[in-house]
Design a protein around this ligand. Structure first.
Ligand code: TAP
Length: 473
């Protein structure tokens, strides 16, 4: 490899690492993101310029690919709603895995065409076939698993105008099937070493890997989806690292390893937040059938004036944001509310942040940072929970599962998940449009407690009403 190419890859790796470091804090995260994107640009330019292309046609092909990919990425990023981000991330994970697996496949193909006279047992063939087999396993599994995860996050798919719900299905016999499929791929990789030109092995590995991605994600539902999305993210990185190994591209190995390692760390953080282990998530199907509980109970709603009167003079208010705040985009009204009561009643205001509130890691932090909420006021669940018994009002805005006391029982999709202890506050105010269930489909006893006031309506409309009522009081 020429010196300038090595330097280009070194620069891109340094940019990835600094970018990752900056992503560790919400304030520096946008800069971290830009560093990462710049690192990718340097890596792509270095790779393209170092390629020995045969003629103009190949340059046109590469240029068209780069332009088309950039355009599609730009349009998707500009058009995506904040609430659609997790689906987009899942889709990108899948594309990342597939891209790596395709590059590995083309390299093996090229190798097969030119190396039919290499004796079997040759170390080079062994290394290439094992790396290509693993890249195919991880890459194709990531593609199908991520596509299914995307449709699970969406809740379903529209076929000719008819909405078909994404199923969650995991009978106990599916677990041995998963193990058998992994063993089958291992055997096929082993066989392909002895017969590297036999393409049946390669196609079989691809087919089984695609199936494996589906059966791994199919039983997972409810509150465990964040774990599986972050695991798939990690797998897309691992597939890239294997491919980098096959084509001898150090930038791909470094970037893939960084994504693989950071994705795995995030997966374990998510598991800890959900009080699960990774094998539990992958083999125990906590998500259940994916069916939502139907509601029979009722509760009379309050109005903003009533809530404003109750908040008048409150010494301590803890705001608990959830997915509904992201849907209604009411973070600015929430910040205005906090400023109002801090100024008018000298109220101590804090925000309780559950690690899986919303639909992506750090979802609430990002929204509240956008509204300029001081970072010091965002308190992690473990730290804020002991403060609820001393809290006058817990104001829950569009959060449901993350406050559901059903999680404290040993059964159901939320079983064992740590929650925000909002029910320990003196009064609970919940803003949401109805009594309907949250993402995991479990009815929430908190709505029906005597100390709970329900403000039925869209988050933004209700917060605006509440702020006006406080200003007029
Ligand atoms: P959820 O349990 O999803 O509940 C959100 C609530 O917001 C809904 O019950 C809904 O009730 C309400 N809502 C929706 N639109 C609203 C609007 N415009 N105005 C006001 N309220 C609105 O929320 P959560 O407590 O944040 O829990 C997150 C869930 O998602 C967890 O189960 C978590 O495991 C899962 N999940 C998380 C992630 C990550 S990484 N954070 C990724 C995937 C899945 P109404 O319809 O009655 O308004």
């Amino acid at each position: 490899m020429e010196d300038w190419v090595s330097l280009g890859y070194l620069l891109s790796a340094a940019l990835f690492i600094f970018g990752l470091k900056k992503l560790g804090h919400p304030r520096t995260a946008p800069f971290g993101n830009q560093l990462g994107a710049l690192g990718m640009l340097v890596a792509v330019l270095t790779t393209v310029l170092s390629m020995e292309l045969a003629g103009d046609a190949e340059w046109v092909l590469i240029g068209a690919g780069v332009a088309l990919g950039s355009l599609i990425g730009y349009i998707m990023a500009v058009r995506v709603q904040m609430t659609g981000m997790p689906e987009l991330v899942a889709l990108f994970n899948g594309f990342g895995g597939a891209a790596s697996a395709l590059v590995a496949l083309s390299e093996v193909w090229r190798y097969m065409e030119h190396s039919s006279n290499i004796p079997t047992g040759n170390l080079e063939i062994t290394v290439i076939m094992v790396a290509a087999g693993l890249s195919a396993l991880v890459g194709w599994m990531t593609l199908t698993g991520s596509l299914l995860a995307m449709y699970k996050l969406k809740g379903g798919v529209s076929v000719f105008g008819k909405w078909i719900k994404t199923p969650t299905w995991g009978p106990p016999w599916l677990n041995p099937v998963k193990v058998l499929l992994v063993i089958a791929v291992a055997v096929l990789i082993y066989l392909s070493i002895d017969e590297p030109t036999n393409t049946t092995y390669l196609w079989s590995i691809i087919g089984i890997s695609c199936l494996l991605g589906l059966v791994l994600v199919l039983p997972i539902g409810g509150a465990d989806m964040p774990v599986v999305v972050s695991l798939l993210n990690s797998l897309s990185g691992i597939a890239a690292a294997f491919t980098g190994f096959i084509i001898g591209n150090s930038a791909l190995i470094i970037a893939g390893s960084l994504v693989g390692a950071s994705g795995l760390i995030l997966t374990f953080i998510m598991c800890k937040a959900m009080n699960r282990t990774l094998p539990d998530v992958l083999f125990k199907s906590f998500g259940g059938s994916g069916e939502k509980e139907s509601l029979t109970r009722t509760k009379v709603g309050s109005d903003p004036d009533e809530v404003a009167m109750m908040i008048d003079g409150a010494q301590k208010v803890i705001i608990v944001p959830g997915y509904g705040m992201a849907v209604s985009q009411c973070q600015h009204q929430v910040k205005e509310f906090a400023d109002l009561i801090a100024e008018k009643y000298d109220t101590d205001v804090k925000y309780a942040i559950h690690p899986v509130a919303g639909r992506m890691p750090g979802h609430m932090n990002v929204l509240l940072a956008e509204a300029n909420v001081p970072y010091e006021q965002l308190i992690e669940m473990d730290e804020i929970n002991p403060e609820f018994p001393e809290c006058d009002v817990a104001l829950i805005i569009g959060a449901n599962d993350t406050t559901n006391p059903a999680a404290r029982s040993g059964e159901g999709p939320l079983a064992g998940m740590p929650i925000i202890d909002a029910d320990a506050a003196r009064t609970v105010v919940i803003i949401k449009r109805s009594l309907s269930v949250g993402y995991a489909g479990v009815d929430n006893d908190l709505f029906y407690m005597d100390k709970t006031m329900m403000l039925f309506g869209d988050g933004k409309a209700m917060m605006t009403g509440l702020n006006n009522a406080i200003k007029e009081s």
